[in-house]
Design a protein around this ligand. Structure first.
Ligand SMILES: Cc1cc2nc3c(=O)[nH]c(=O)nc-3n(C[C@H](O)[C@H](O)[C@H](O)COP(=O)(O)OP(=O)(O)OC[C@H]3O[C@@H](n4cnc5c(N)ncnc54)[C@H](O)[C@@H]3O)c2cc1C
Length: 339
C-alpha cells in the first residue's frame, strides 16, 4: 500500500529470522506489527544465502533447513496478522509526537509507537570479483549463492574462495556436479577444520580439482553462458578452466545503508544496544539480531530470538504507558487469535 500513512504499534525493519520471531514475541503481548524488508521475500540471510543448508543449533530442531526454519517462523507469526511490506528498503526514520514515522523507497509511510531494527548486516550483497563484464553472466552462469543444488547437476562448476561457503559447497556439489574445481590463492582454507579435512580427502580421491595458488582473472563465453574461467597464478601466468558455472564466494559486503544516517550510536557497522532491553541510544528504537551489538554478543539466530523477547517486553510499557505487564508463559496464555 504505497502512498497512504499506516499506523501500528511496532514497525520491524527486516524480515530475517529474528524480525519474524519479533512478530511472535510482540504479538504475544498484544502488540501489532508491520514488517518491512528490502528483499522481495522474508527470511533474510537464511532465504537469500543458504536456503537448503541444514542448521544444527536451533533449539528443539536437531537439524532444520534454513528455508524450512523461515517457513516455520512465518507460520508462528501468522496468527498475529503482521502486515508485510516486502521489496521496500526503509530509507527514513524520524521522530514524531508519540512515536516515529518510517518511509520506504517505494513511498510507503508508517507511523509507529516503537521501532525494532532487525536489519541483519544491513542491505547486504555479495563481494563481486573485479572481472570484466561479469554482470553479463550474473544470474545465468555466475551465481553468488546456491538456492538449489540440483540446478548444478552434471555441470562443470568452478568455485572461488577460501571460506566456509566455498568449502561447504565444493563438498556438497561434488555429489551432483560433473566436475568441481576450487580456485584459491593459498593452500590453507578459513573453514571449519572438519570441512577442510573433508575437502582435502575429496581432492585426494579425485572428486574435486584444487586450483591452487590461483585467482580469478577473466571469463569467456557467449550471451551470459560461460565456456571457461581464466585463472592466474601469483606470477600472472594464466590458464583456462572449461566450465559451465562460476560460484564466487568472497563473503558479504556489509552496508548499513540508510540506517547509518539515523543518528544511532554505532560500533563498527553495528548498532549498540543495552543488553537488558535491546534499546538503542534513542528511546523507542530497538535493535536485535545480527545488527545489534553489546559485550559478549554472539551472532547466532538463537541469540536474536532471545533479544526479540527482551525488546518486546521493553516496548510494551511504551505502547501502554502505566499498564502493568504480567509475565506469562505461552503454556498459560496460549497463542491469542490462534484456533
Ligand atoms: C552461510 C551461512 C550459514 C549460517 N549458519 C548459521 C547457523 O548454523 N546458525 C546460526 O545461528 N546462524 C547462522 N548463520 C547466521 C544467521 O543467518 C544470522 O545470524 C541471521 O540470519 C541473522 O538474522 P537477522 O534476522 O538478524 O538478519 P538477516 O537474516 O540478515 O535479515 C535482515 C533483513 O533486513 C533487511 N534489511 C536491511 N536493511 C534494511 C532496510 N533499510 N530496509 C528494509 N530491510 C532491510 C535485509 O534485506 C534482510 O532481509 C549463517 C549465516 C550464513 C551466511
Amino acid at each position: 500500500m504505497a502512498g497512504s500513512v499506516q499506523q501500528t504499534d511496532v514497525a520491524i525493519i527486516g524480515a530475517g529470522p529474528v524480525g519474524l520471531f519479533a512478530v511472535f514475541e510482540c504479538g504475544m503481548l498484544g502488540l501489532k506489527c508491520h514488517v518491512l524488508d528490502a528483499l522481495g521475500a522474508p527470511g533474510g540471510q537464511c532465504s537469500a544465502l543458504y536456503p537448503e543448508k541444514p542448521i544444527y543449533d536451533i533449539p528443539g530442531h536437531p537439524t532444520i533447513a534454513a528455508a524450512d526454519l523461515i517457513a516455520k517462523l512465518e507460520e508462528q507469526a501468522a496468527p498475529f496478522a503482521p502486515v508485510y511490506h516486502l521489496g521496500q528498503e526503509v530509507e527514513a526514520l524520524q521522530r514524531i509526537p508519540g512515536g516515529f514515522r518510517l518511509a520506504t523507497a517505494r513511498g510507503t509511510a508508517i507511523e509507529t509507537k516503537a521501532v525494532i531494527i532487525a536489519a541483519g548486516v544491513g542491505a547486504f550483497g555479495p563481494n563481486r570479483p573485479p572481472l570484466d563484464a561479469i554482470e553479463r553472466y550474473e544470474g545465468k552462469s555466475v551465481f553468488y549463492l546456491v538456492s538449489r543444488r540440483e540446478a548444478f547437476r552434471d555441470q562443470r562448476v568452478v568455485i572461488a574462495g577460501g571460506g566456509d561457503s566455498a568449502v561447504d559447497w565444493a563438498i556438497s556439489l561434488a555429489e551432483v556436479a560433473a566436475r568441481v574445481m576450487v580456485v584459491h590463492r593459498r593452500a590453507k582454507f578459513r573453514a571449519a577444520p572438519e570441512s577442510a579435512a573433508r575437502l582435502d580427502a575429496l581432492a585426494k580421491a579425485g572428486r574435486i580439482d584444487m586450483v591452487i595458488p590461483y585467482q580469478l582473472s577473466g571469463l569467456e563465453g557467449d550471451n551470459g553462458q560461460l565456456s571457461a574461467v581464466v585463472v592466474a597464478d601469483l606470477d600472472g601466468k594464466t590458464k583456462k578452466l572449461a566450465a559451465d558455472v562460476l560460484l564466487p564466494f568472497f563473503g558479504l559486503s556489509m552496508n548499513l545503508g540508510p540506517i547509518a544516517q539515523w543518528g544511532l550510536a554505532l560500533d563498527h557497522h553495528h548498532i549498540t544496544v543495552a543488553p537488558a532491553t535491546c534499546m538503542t541510544s534513542a528511546e523507542g528504537i530497538f535493535a536485535i539480531g545480527d545488527i545489534a551489538t553489546y559485550p559478549g554478543k554472539l551472532k547466532l539466530i538463537l541469540s536474536g530470538f532471545a533479544e526479540a523477547a527482551l525488546a518486546a517486553h521493553a516496548i510494551y510499557p511504551l505502547v501502554h504507558p502505566g499498564e502493568a505487564l504480567h509475565f506469562e508463559y505461552s503454556t498459560t496464555k496460549g497463542v491469542p487469535g490462534k484456533v
